[in-house]
Design a protein around this ligand. Structure first.
Ligand SMILES: Cc1cc2nc3c(=O)[nH]c(=O)nc-3n(C[C@H](O)[C@H](O)[C@H](O)COP(=O)(O)OP(=O)(O)OC[C@H]3O[C@@H](n4cnc5c(N)ncnc54)[C@H](O)[C@@H]3O)c2cc1C
Length: 460
C-alpha cells in the first residue's frame, strides 16, 4: 500500500535523523514515507567526538558514526546522500534538490517538512584563510583533512584561532600530537561563555599545560610561505609562527534556504519555532538543532546555542509531532561542559553580563573546594562561582573550573535552575556523599551556602 503522507527532511545529522527515527517509530512506511536529504558524506555522526578522534583518544573515524545511511535505509528511511536542497518552495510544498556529484536536479513534494540544516562555521574573509594548513573541524571530512596535514607536516607549531570550547579541545588534541600550541583569542579571557574571573583560571591552567593564550587580540590575517602553505598567524602587533592553524571561531545558524523561503528568523539569524518546534506561522514545517533559536528559561530571551544535546532532543520532539504524536521543547538553561587535558570547565545559566543585560540584580559567591574529601587520595581542587538574584535568592547561574569530577557537577545546578530553586533551597539538597566522591559538603552546596549569605547581606 502506498504511504499516505510524505515527510521530507533537510539535513542528515543529529536533529534531522533523530526526527526521522522518531517519526518512523510513530508510523510505519505504509502510513508515512520519510525522505531525508544530506549534502555531505556522512549521516548521524558525532562532531562532538572530532577533537578526541584528532587527539587519538578515539581510534577510528567510524566510531563517531552512530548510524550509517544503510542502517537508516533498513529502517525504511529514504536517506539520499550527497544531495543538496537548493530551494524550499513553501507555497508549492516542495523542495528543489541537486545531486552534488552529478549536478542532476529535481523537485520533491512534501506534506510535512523538517529543516535541520545545522550551523556553518564562521570563517572571516581574512587574507590567507584558505591556505593549505588552515583547518576547520566541523565535519568528519574536516577532521580527516586535519589528521592528514598533521601526518605530513614537519613543523611543530600550531595556532588555534578562538578560545571557546572547540578551540581549547583542539588545543589539547594538538598538544597530544607534540605541537607547541598558541591560542589567539579576541575575548578578554579564554572561554567567553564564563565570566572573565573564571576565564582567568582557564588561562592559568592552559599556561601550566604549556599552551600559550593570547587574549583580547583579533587576527588580521594568515601569512603564507613561498610554497603557499600557512607560515604564521598575524595580529595588529605580532606574528605567531604556525605550521598548522585550526579555526574555532564559532558558528552561525545555516538558514540560507529558510531565509530565501521567507521563513521567520530571529535576531541571531536562527529559525523561530513554537514549543512544538514548528516554524512559527507554518503548520507543516518544523525546524530544530543548530539552525534554530531557543528560549533561554533564565533570561526569557531567545538565544542561538549550537549544541548536540539540544539538536537530538529537538529531533526527537519533531519526529513525535510529525509522526502524529505530541511533544514540546520548553527551552534551555544554557548548560555546557568541556575539558582541556585534565581541566574541566562547565557553566549553566547566566553570566554576570547576561544578568545585567536583562536587568536582573544579583549577588555572586565564589568558593574553592575539592572533588573528594580533602583527605581522600586524588582530591582535586575546584572553583565554583554562583550567581543568585538579589532579594529573591533565585539561582541564576553557576560556573565551575576544576580537575576530574568538577565538570558534571554543573548538572546539579542545571536541575536547580530548571526547577526555579533559590540558593537557600539548594543548600538542603540531598546529594550523595562518600569520601571518594565529594567532601561532606559538596562544592556546589558550599557555593549555595555562600550565595545564601550574600543574598541575606545584600537585602533588597
Ligand atoms: C568540533 C565540535 C565539537 C563539538 N562538541 C560538542 C559537545 O561536546 N557537546 C555538544 O552538545 N555539542 C557539541 N558540538 C555541537 C554539535 O555537534 C552540534 O550542535 C550538532 O551536530 C548539531 O546538529 P544538527 O543536526 O542541528 O546540525 P549538523 O550536525 O550541522 O547537521 C546538519 C546537516 O545538514 C546538512 N545540510 C545543511 N544544509 C543542507 C542542504 N541545503 N541540503 C542538504 N543537506 C544540508 C549538513 O551537511 C549537515 O550534515 C560540537 C561541534 C563540533 C564541530
Amino acid at each position: 500500500m502506498a504511504a499516505t503522507e510524505r515527510l521530507v527532511i533537510i539535513g542528515g545529522d543529529a536533529a534531522g535523523m533523530s526526527a526521522a527515527s522518531q517519526a518512523r517509530r510513530m508510523k510505519g512506511p505504509d502510513e508515512l514515507e520519510i525522505v531525508a536529504f544530506e549534502r555531505g558524506h556522512f549521516s548521524s555522526f558525532s562532531a562532538c567526538g572530532i577533537p578526541y578522534w584528532v587527539s587519538g583518544d578515539v581510534g577510528e573515524r567510524d566510531e563517531l558514526i552512530a548510524r550509517t545511511p544503510q542502517e537508516h535505509r533498513k529502517r525504511a528511511i529514504d536517506l539520499r546522500m550527497r544531495t543538496e536542497v537548493t530551494e524550499i518552495d513553501v507555497t508549492g510544498s516542495r523542495v528543489h534538490t541537486r545531486d552534488v556529484e552529478t549536478g542532476a536536479d529535481s523537485w520533491t513534494g512534501y506534506d510535512k517538512l523538517v529543516i535541520a540544516t545545522g550551523a556553518r562555521p564562521i570563517r572571516p574573509p581574512l587574507p590567507g584563510i584558505d591556505a593549505p594548513g588552515v583547518h576547520g573541524v566541523q565535519t568528519l571530512d574536516d577532521g580527516q583533512a586535519l589528521l592528514d596535514t598533521l601526518a605530513r607536516t614537519e613543523g611543530r607549531r600550531a595556532v588555534v584561532i578562538g578560545a571557546g570550547y572547540i578551540g581549547v579541545e583542539m588545543a589539547e588534541a594538538l598538544l597530544k600530537h607534540g605541537y607547541e600550541v598558541t591560542i589567539v583569542n579576541r575575548s578578554e579571557q579564554p572561554m567567553a561563555t564564563l565570566d572573565p574571573d573564571m576565564g582567568r583560571l582557564v588561562h592559568e591552567a592552559l599556561s601550566s599545560m604549556g599552551i600559550t593564550t593570547v587574549s583580547g587580540t583579533a587576527v588580521t590575517g594568515i601569512a603564507t610561505g613561498d610554497d603557499g602553505r600557512v607560515r604564521a598567524v598575524t595580529t595588529d602587533d605580532a606574528e605567531y609562527p604556525a605550521d598548522v592553524v585550526v579555526l574555532g571561531i564559532g558558528v552561525e545558524p545555516e538558514t540560507t534556504l529558510a531565509r530565501a523561503a521567507g521563513l521567520p528568523l530571529g535576531r541571531h539569524g536562527g529559525l523561530l519555532t513554537d514549543l512544538a518546534m514548528r516554524v512559527r506561522g507554518h503548520g507543516n514545517i518544523w525546524a530544530g538543532g543548530d539552525c534554530v533559536e531557543v528560549l533561554d528559561l533564565v533570561s526569557g530571551r531567545e538565544r542561538h546555542i549550537a549544541l548536540g544535546t539540544h539538536a537530538n532532543k529537538h529531533g526527537q520532539i519533531i519526529g513525535a509531532n510529525a509522526g502524529g504524536g505530541y511533544g514540546t521543547f520548553p527551552g534551555v538553561v544554557g548548560t555546557a561542559v568541556s575539558k582541556v587535558c585534565e581541566l574541566e570547565i562547565a557553566r549553566t545559566g547566566l553570566r554576570e553580563k547576561d544578568a545585567r543585560a536583562v536587568g536582573l540584580r544579583y549577588v555572586t559567591a565564589t568558593i574553592e573546594s575539592t572533588s573528594r574529601a580533602g583527605y581522600f587520595p586524588g582530591a582535586a581542587p575546584m572553583t565554583v562561582k554562583m550567581l543568585a538574584e538579589r532579594r529573591t535568592g533565585r539561582l541564576l547561574g553557576v560556573q565551575i573550573v576544576g580537575r576530574e569530577g568538577a565538570g558534571k557537577r554543573v548538572d546539579i545546578a542545571a536541575v536547580a535552575l530548571t526547577a526555579g530553586m533559590t540558593v537557600e533551597q539548594m543548600t538542603a539538597l540531598d546529594l550523595g556523599y562518600a569520601p571518594p566522591f565529594s567532601p561532606v559538603w559538596d562544592p556546589v552546596l558550599v557555593a549555595a551556602r555562600k550565595a545564601t549569605a550574600a543574598v541575606r547581606k545584600a537585602g533588597m
